[in-house]
Write a new protein. Structure first.
Length: 232
């Protein structure tokens, strides 16, 4: 995710500011026994913006193949964390840390500090897939997350967080919760090509966005779409 090749994968990543990885969603002094962590925190800084809130935040989760699509640290868990995220406190601390780094490293000539948009952020999940076999297993797990009966069984067995819902409902619940707080959250899912031999060898394949809702996922069509976009 720190490779310059990322700039060519998606327009949103043009000149993106890579701030941090494995960033907690709550601070040490906050009461939270099950703190979430974000794989990547990116900031979209517009140096030419006349808007005082010139920075938009991207919180990005990375998944490789099928191992953490479901489970206690899977897609549902991260959506639950985002729903619980106290965004005002979160961005206050994040803004301070980004500004400290910008100033210490003298990274921008035209700005001395940024202001994060307090009313909008992006939560994206990117799934890197190694080959067709892994793609089929990813599809099967995604399809499972659309089945309420299977979700309930996984919760009962302790394999999913107790707040888990079918994936489309989980997404809608996050959007609704943030909207009630006056915050717009963009939730998106993407797929990328992964190199088994060298996971740090980022492919030049563009990120493939998965259209929602997930209940419309068909395994055969999903695999075909990955093949057509040269993900597998």
């Amino acid at each position: 995710m720190i490779s310059n090749l990322l700039n060519d994968k998606l327009e949103d990543f043009k000149n993106i500011y890579r701030f941090e990885e494995e960033y907690y969603t709550s601070e040490k002094n906050e009461t939270n026994d099950d703190k979430g962590r974000i794989d990547c925190v990116f900031a979209k800084i517009d140096e030419n913006s006349k808007d005082s809130f010139n920075t938009e935040i991207y919180l990005i989760e990375l998944k490789v193949d099928e191992n953490v699509i479901d489970g206690t640290n899977g897609i549902n868990k991260h959506l639950i964390d985002i729903e619980k995220l106290k965004f005002d406190t979160f961005i206050k601390n994040l803004e301070s840390r980004i500004n400290y780094r910008i100033n210490v490293l003298e990274e921008y000539a035209s700005i001395s500090s940024i202001k994060i948009n307090p009313k909008k952020f992006n939560f994206w999940t990117i799934v890197a897939i190694s080959d067709k076999n892994h793609a089929e297993q990813v599809a099967e797990k995604l399809i499972k997350l659309t089945d309420k009966e299977k979700i309930d069984k996984e919760i009962d067995s302790g394999n999913l967080p107790k707040e888990s819902k079918v994936i489309d409902e989980q997404i809608y619940q996050v959007e609704k919760a943030k909207k009630s707080e006056g915050i717009e959250v963009s939730i998106k899912f993407f797929f990328d090509k992964n190199s088994i031999d060298n996971p740090y060898n980022l492919s030049k394949t563009h990120l493939l966005e998965q259209s929602l809702p997930f209940k419309d996922i068909d395994k055969e069509k999903f695999i075909k779409l990955l093949e057509e976009n040269k993900i597998i």
